[in-house]
Design a binder for this molecule. Sequence first.
Ligand SMILES: [Zn+2]
Ligand SMILES: [Zn+2]
Length: 86
Amino acid sequence: MSELFECTICCETENRDFRKITSKCTHQSVICADCVNNYIKKNVFEKQLIEIPCFTNGCNKIMERHDIKNIATEEVFEKYNNRLYL
Ligand SMILES: [Zn+2]
Ligand SMILES: [Zn+2]
């Protein structure tokens, strides 16, 4: 892959990792994994949410456990997982 995408949140193109946010997303991945992780952290730790919608414009599909496992770091996934089974 030679095409460089720019993350719509942090505007970085270098070493960005783009993955599908939820398996139901039909749009292109325009938000890098780092930004998705920050977003998950904010929702899980600050807002105490476990239902986290995809935050790509107009998508709002709920990120399920397997989606979060796929995109989040181990640390973020573990915290999410702990919340899930509280
Ligand atoms: Zn980003
Ligand atoms: Zn989406």
